[in-house]
Each structure stands twice: as structure tokens, then as C-alpha cells.
Design a protein around this ligand. Structure first.
Ligand code: ZN
Length: 549
């Protein structure tokens, strides 16, 4: 039998000359340094693709068999090819808007007012003005009274750098119905003057309505422009998949439209907010479940953020002995959500920044797993996981919980020292501890809540834990990931977080042909130089979607 099969191959080789594949490839990459992230074959020089799928990984000689008259061949002259990046946590539409609207990062309060005045001049009366990324170090005393003189007719929503606070003017306060009599919502805070009048600073759940309103008021053309901007940012940075806080069914419809028109250049896994927006109903119809647009987990919030001092902590913030942050849900409510998820076999992506938040989330997952053992297979995710009680880290591994982390967060050591104090700043962002404990980790950006979404820059942060200039940090070098760990987490790790590791995350026969071609090999350059590695070509589903050389 074995002899027969062998002779059949031999005969076909003699008959056809060099061995030919049954059907030629549509795309062949050759003369490349392919980092496959496939343990069975870590390195290769050629990849052949038919349609959307990888059909060959190996050396250049072997790829010859896949050439046909219509095969597009890219000779990469030794350049590095990696699996396309998969950003585990983005807000695509706000991300696009973020880059279209003014960025206030590093500006003083006076400069910010001047920017708003300019925007008002360009806008129609009543039109909403949005901008982002102001922060306290450069604008320490934001107040509606500064904005009002330049924006009487236009509501203004300026999102603070973390995304967890807004600075609004009186016109916006009026739209929201916030007055001296308004109670703080649970999990939110309306900052007030001594006499009780809102100052215009809204935190967490008090800020959400302002942000939601701002998004709702965005006109259709602007939404389209924003989504297209986000797609451009993704493809120019080698991001071939994103896991998106979609929430709004209008965005889903827009994605679908772009897909039909052949303009969708990134795969989307779309999350619904808390499981009760109409997004999941739409998704249940199955219309959106393909490798381009897929339904994702429920997104929920357990707490706030460090920079607004609202992450839920076991110990108080530095210099504020009574401030332990803001829980957004009681432990009982958390437990109820995880029970519901276990019953419905649904994954939860839970925003948890502080150690107390993570602790309570793990308690809730544990309770659900005690009743429904399958809860451990749901790959519940803790989004951000910025600080954790050391004893909680192995619990993630035990409960099958994924840590979905954003290395940009670890890039501002001075800020952490101010907010957390030296002891806790040193144990924050426990990336290596998570990795070593066997916790599945996945990397991403939280675009636009964190400023830098570029994967290679984030890998630099994960590996060095320094700031961008390289002159601060690391506070705790033991928590640095290796380049390979970070690369794996940004590809295979993210694919695992969305149950797509059989289709994405490594360069293997049968997987989707999503790649990034890089100017240098991140595994061999100096760690400090990783952030300077350029994405030259991005390929999604076997199609070149971006080329920048
Ligand atoms: Zn987010």
C-alpha cells in the first residue's frame, strides 16, 4: 500500500515535471523572514495563499509549486513577516473620531479654551463640540466657567485623557439636566463648587451620558468618516483584527456596508454593552457571524481608572486616605452577571483596573464556576488588569480568565508614582507575573482611551516598561515581557481571547492569510528600537490593504 502510494506520487512527478499544486495560489510571499509563531515550524521564507487561506508555509523552493499565471508574487527581499496584529480591545468609532477631532494632550487650560473657541467658529449654533485627551498635569483647574464665554450656543464635551472623565460647559450640563440638585449616580461623580453647582467635571458614570450623547449626536457622514479613519489607522499599523466595543447597531450596519463594498480592511469582533443593547439581538440573526464581522462578549465595568483615581482599590490612593476609587457594581450584582453568563454560555469582558475590582470579579467568576463548571471554558476576560493582589494572579489561571492588557498604561512611571505611591507603582501592570502563572494574556490598545495604539510601540512598552522617550522607568524590570511573549500575546493571545486561535494568530496552513510585513525583525533589534520598526505592508484575507515603503 505504502509502495503503491509512493509510486503514484513518483508517476505524477514524472508526468508533470516539478510537483505542482492542484490549484495555483493567488498570492505568494517569498524571500522573507517569516516569524510564524507556529511552534511546529517557527521559521520559513515563503508563504502561499489561496483566496483568504494560507495553503503553504516553508521555503522558497517549495512555494514554486503554487505559482500559476495569475499568482501575485511579493519578493520581500529578506523583510520580516509576522501574523497580523489583533488588538484585543478598541473603541473603533470613538477612535476614528478621536483622530478627527482636536487633541488637547499637553495643553494648558487657556490653550484648551482657545481650541474650543476655534471649533465654535467653524460649527453651526447648537452643534456639539468635542475634543479629547486633556489632563490635569497641564490643565489643573478645568471648569465650565472657562468654557462658557466662548461657547454659549454650543454644547462642549472634552474627554479627559483616561476617557473616564469629561469637562463640559454649561450648555452641555443643561442638555444633560445636571443641576445643583442632581444626585451623583452610583459609580459616578459630578464635581461641585462649594455651593453645590456642578463645575463641569463629570467622572465615570456621571460622564458616560455626556459621552454617549456626544456619540449619538454625531452625524452619519461623520460616523462614516470616523470609521474609515479607524480602518486607515489599523491597516497602516499592521492591525488585521480588532475586538471592538461596538455597542451601537448603527456601527454594525456601517461595518456591514463597508464589507459589501469591499472596503473593510480589518476583521471586527463586535461587543455589546452589558448584553442588553440591541446589538446582540441583531447579531443573533447570524447575519454578522463570519470571519470579518463576528459577535463578541458582553462588556461590563467593575470600576473606573487610575488617572481619575476611580479604579477600585484595596488601599487608598496616594495622598487621599479616604479615596478607594469607585466600584461600578456591587459584588452581588457582579455575581449575578457571571451566573447569567454561565447559564447562557456567554463570555464577559469586564473592565477592572484596581486590585479590589479584579478581586471581586474573580470572586464572582469563582461563584459561577462552582455552580456551572463550564464557566471556566468561557474565557472570561479582565480588561486592563492594571494592579492585582499577588494572591489573585494564579486565580485567573485556575478560572481560565484571560488578562486583556494595554502596555501603554505601563509607560508613565511618574504618573503611577504620584497616583499609587512607590510601593504599589512597583507592582502595577504585573505582566510577567501573569505570564509566568500561566494566565492567557492578550495585548491591545484601548484606542482611544490610551493614546498610543500602534502595536510595535505597545510591544516596546511591554518589553521595556519605559516611557516613549526612554528616560523614565522601568519601575519593576521583573515585570517586563520578552519580545516574543509580547508578539505572541498581540497575535495568538488575542485570537485566543476571541475563540479564534484556530483561524488567526499564527502563520499556518489552513489559517486566515492576515500578515504584517515589517522593516526589521523585532526579535533581533535592540528593545529600545522596537518602536521604530515600521509596518510596510499589511495583508488581510490574502489582499494587500496597505503599502508604505
Ligand atoms: Zn475600553
Amino acid at each position: 500500500m505504502r509502495f503503491l502510494r509512493f509510486s503514484a506520487i513518483l508517476i505524477s512527478m514524472i508526468a508533470a515535471g516539478p510537483l505542482r499544486a492542484a490549484e495555483p495560489a493567488s498570492l505568494v510571499l517569498k524571500n522573507a523572514n517569516v516569524i510564524t509563531l507556529d511552534e511546529k515550524r517557527p521559521a520559513a521564507s515563503a508563504v502561499a495563499v489561496r483566496g483568504e487561506t494560507i495553503v503553504y508555509v516553508g521555503d522558497d523552493a517549495g512555494a514554486q509549486a503554487f505559482l500559476g499565471p495569475k499568482t501575485e508574487v511579493l519578493d520581500l527581499a529578506g523583510k520580516t513577516v509576522i501574523p497580523g496584529f489583533n488588538d484585543v480591545h478598541v473603541h473603533a468609532l470613538p477612535g476614528g473620531l478621536f483622530y478627527l477631532e482636536p487633541n488637547l494632550w499637553g495643553k494648558s487650560c487657556e490653550e484648551i479654551v482657545a481650541v474650543v473657541a476655534e471649533e465654535v467658529k467653524k460649527a453651526r449654533p447648537g452643534e456639539i463640540i468635542t475634543a479629547n485627551s486633556w489632563d490635569y498635569p497641564t490643565c489643573p483647574n478645568p471648569h465650565r466657567k472657562l468654557l462658557d464665554p466662548v461657547s454659549r450656543q454650543n454644547p462642549v464635551v472634552l474627554t479627559q485623557f483616561s476617557g473616564h472623565a469629561c469637562w463640559v460647559n454649561s450648555a452641555m450640563l443643561k442638555k444633560l439636566g445636571y443641576t445643583a440638585k442632581t444626585q451623583d449616580p452610583e459609580g459616578g461623580k459630578i464635581d461641585r463648587d462649594p455651593e453645590g453647582t456642578p463645575t463641569g467635571i463629570l467622572r465615570d458614570k456621571a460622564a458616560f451620558p455626556a459621552q454617549a450623547r456626544a456619540l449619538l449626536l454625531v452625524k452619519k457622514e461623520k460616523r462614516e468618516a470616523a470609521l474609515e479613519e479607524a480602518l486607515r489607522l489599523f491597516r497602516e499599523n499592521g492591525i488585521t483584527s480588532v475586538q471592538d466595543n461596538t455597542w451601537d447597531p448603527r456601527t454594525l450596519a456601517l461595518l456591514r456596508q463597508l464589507q459589501k463594498e469591499g472596503r473593510l480592511t480589518c476583521r471586527f469582533t463586535c461587543w455589546s454593552y452589558a448584553g442588553y443593547s440591541i446589538g446582540p439581538q441583531l447579531m443573533k440573526l447570524g447575519r454578522y457571524d463570519d470571519p470579518w464581522i463576528r459577535p463578541g462578549p458582553w462588556k461590563l465595568y467593575a470600576d473606573g481608572a487610575f488617572s481619575t483615581r476611580t479604579g477600585w482599590m484595596t488601599e487608598a490612593y496616594a495622598g487621599e486616605p479616604d479615596n478607594f476609587g469607585l466600584p461600578m457594581m456591587t459584588p452581588a450584582r457582579l455575581a449575578a452577571f457571571y451566573l447569567k453568563a454561565a447559564k447562557q454560555k456567554k463570555q464577559i469582558a469586564m473592565h477592572a483596573i484596581g486590585d479590589r475590582a479584579a478581586h471581586e470579579v474573580l470572586n464572582a467568576v469563582e461563584k459561577s464556576a462552582a455552580r456551572y463548571p463550564q464557566a471556566r471554558q468561557l474565557r472570561h476576560r479582565i480588561e486592563h488588569a492594571q494592579i492585582m493582589l499577588p494572591e489573585d494572579i494564579p486565580r485567573l489561571a485556575r478560572l481560565g480568565v484571560v488578562a486583556a492588557i494595554q502596555p501603554f498604561a505601563a509607560s508613565q512611571p511618574q504618573k503611577d508614582l504620584d497616583i499609587l505611591g512607590p510601593e504599589r507603582a512597583r507592582i502595577a501592570y504585573p505582566y510577567r507575573s501573569l505570564q509566568d502563572a500561566g494566565v492567557p494574556i492578550a495585548l491591545g490598545s484601548d484606542l482611544p482611551a490610551e493614546v498610543d495604539f500602534q502595536p510595535l510601540l505597545n510591544i516596546y512598552y511591554a518589553v521595556t516598561r519605559k516611557n516613549k522617550a526612554g528616560d523614565q522607568g522601568p519601575l519593576n524590570p521583573r515585570e517586563c515581557l520578552t519580545v516574543e511573549q509580547a508578539l505572541r500575546a498581540y497575535t495568538l493571545g488575542s485570537a485566543y481571547a476571541e475563540f479564534m486561535e484556530d483561524k488567526k494568530g499564527s502563520i499556518e496552513v489552513g489559517k486566515l492569510a492576515d500578515f504584517a510585513v515589517l522593516s526589521a525583525d523585532p526579535l533581533s533589534v535592540e528593545p529600545a528600537a522596537i518602536k521604530d520598526v515600521q509596518v510596510e505592508i499589511t495583508i488581510v484575507g490574502g489582499q494587500v490593504v496597505s503599502r508604505q515603503q
